[in-house]
Design a protein around this ligand. Structure first.
Ligand code: S3P
Length: 171
């Protein structure tokens, strides 16, 4: 991976952004930061707790401020975003201004939903299938704005996805 390349992984909840970022960072020998973890450390609370007690609009303000802070203080070559981060123009501008290229990891709703159901992470915006699917459909047009696009097939492991991303985008 070239030394000045910066990549931000976006995509729906459950697509595997954090795991792919972890493998990619190991393979390429470069640092990565996970925005959700950065927020939880900064706030001293789980994201689910923030969403449940403060509500989504307040959470989005916290998320944007955290993104700006992260980009100022700890911009790693690989960044995994929360599933909703890319939906906001302000966040897309911040990323672009900091030299990040966004990569949309796209999978079917079914794949994402299975991962959501089997994950230990609590996701207040995907508590039931119908509302998660509505959100998934609504967001496609904005994920499309990412400069790069990678289609995740159901049989692929996050290690394979990372390997292919490295070959396609970094070699
Ligand atoms: C969200 C996705 C979550 C987390 C928050 C909101 C979203 O991250 O940022 O619950 O709006 O899609 P993951 O995509 O890592 O689950």
């Amino acid at each position: 991976m070239s030394s000045n390349r910066r990549i931000a992984l976006t995509g729906f909840m459950g697509v595997g952004k954090s795991s792919v970022a972890r493998h990619l960072s190991n393979m390429c020998g470069v640092r990565r930061v996970d925005l959700d973890s950065f927020i939880e450390t900064a706030e001293g609370r789980q994201i689910a707790e923030i969403l449940d007690s403060d509500g989504e609009p307040a959470y989005r303000v916290i998320e944007s401020n955290a993104l700006a802070k992260l980009l100022e203080t700890d911009a790693a070559p690989i960044l995994s975003l929360g599933g909703g981060t890319w939906m906001f123009e302000k966040n897309r501008d911040l990323l672009r201004d900091s030299g990040y290229t966004a990569l949309w990891l796209e999978a079917s709703f079914e794949q994402c939903w299975l991962n959501i159901v089997f994950s230990r992470k609590t996701r207040p915006l995907a508590r039931d299938r119908a509302s998660a699917e509505r959100l998934f459909i609504e967001r496609q047009k904005t994920y499309c704005l990412a400069e790069w696009h990678f289609i995740v097939r159901p049989e692929m492991t996050s290690m394979e996805i990372a390997r292919q991303i490295r070959e396609e985008f970094f070699d």
